[in-house]
Design a protein. Structure first.
Ligand SMILES: C[S@@+](CC[C@H](N)C(=O)[O-])C[C@H]1O[C@@H](n2cnc3c(N)ncnc32)[C@H](O)[C@@H]1O
Length: 264
């Protein structure tokens, strides 16, 4: 990456997910706050080989939607790690309510300094969240450290996929509160340099562009009045402007999304 990174701290990310940002993303995407919902979780789980014996670490587990889906579908055990208190507490509450607290544990903490010993998990997992993290090298090294030998790192993330102007780069990352986005090749290189073998890397950008268009239409049609009533017209306009930027950039092949599987 030749560009600089924006100065995004964990405090900035907490502000998003403790505040209206987290609620808005849930309104757009559901309690699995990533592109593709439970269908995407199923694809990633199949590729990672999750079964009833698996202990999965979900890095940036947010509301715990994917953790509950994994436990209900595959009978595995999940530990969720997230740094935002509202997400952490909400995940615990919803998981108790679903009667799944015996198989899911949540920890409040930073993915750059994971509160787990080395060689703990069969699968280390992430969905559309690592774009918030500045030091992705350290993040992937932490993932590799806590994976058991033979274990699988399985994740999706939002990516930079094509050339863009400095102004576009700044506007896209600023709206999302991302320090920068990795490329698919960049992530593969980070995995390899952390001692993992990349088994699969897939560019999902066409599907991503379709989803961003769908979120924009959902905002403009179903959610418009609710967002204005709760947060005001200025906030609605800001969100619509930002998602339109992302819709245009994804349709032009400048930003996208990818899926990576790597083995320790
Ligand atoms: C898009 S949401 C994640 C969605 C979740 N993976 C899912 O599929 O439902 C982003 C989450 O990442 C968390 N996060 C961002 N940076 C983090 C970090 N350094 N350590 C732990 N959590 C972090 C935020 O608190 C937020 O809950």
């Amino acid at each position: 990456m030749s560009r600089n990174k924006l100065d995004v701290t964990i405090g900035n990310v907490n502000e998003v997910y403790d505040g209206p940002g987290g609620i808005l993303w849930e309104m757009l995407m559901g309690d699995q706050i990533h592109v593709g919902g439970s269908e995407e979780t199923g694809i990633l789980a199949g590729k990672a080989g999750i079964d009833p014996d698996s202990h999965v670490l979900d890095v940036c587990s947010a509301l715990g939607g994917p953790a509950r889906h994994l436990v209900q579908t595959y009978g595995c055990r999940v530990t969720g790690l997230d740094a935002t208190r509202r997400m952490h507490e909400e995940a615990i509450r919803r998981t108790k309510e679903a009667g799944l607290d015996g198989r899911i544990e949540y920890r409040l903490g930073n993915a750059l300094d994971m509160p787990f010993p080395a060689n703990t998990f069969d699968v280390v997992w992430g969905q559309d969240a690592w774009c918030y993290i500045t030091d992705k090298k350290r993040l992937v090294e932490e993932c590799a450290r806590v994976l058991k030998p033979g274990g699988v790192l399985a994740f999706t993330d939002w990516l930079e996929t094509g050339p863009m102007t400095e102004d576009e780069w700044l506007a896209l990352n600023t709206f999302m509160v991302f320090p920068y986005m990795e490329t698919l090749e960049g992530y593969a290189a980070l995995c390899e340099s952390a001692g993992l073998n990349v088994a699969e890397k897939e560019d999902l950008s066409t599907d991503f562009a379709g989803n961003i268009q769908m979120y924009l239409e959902k905002l403009q049609n179903d959610l418009r009045q609710g967002v204005i009533d709760n947060y005001g017209l200025e906030m609605y306009d800001e969100v619509e402007r930002g998602i339109t930027l992302w819709r245009d950039a994804s349709a032009a092949g400048k930003v996208g999304r990818g899926r990576i599987l790597a083995r320790k």
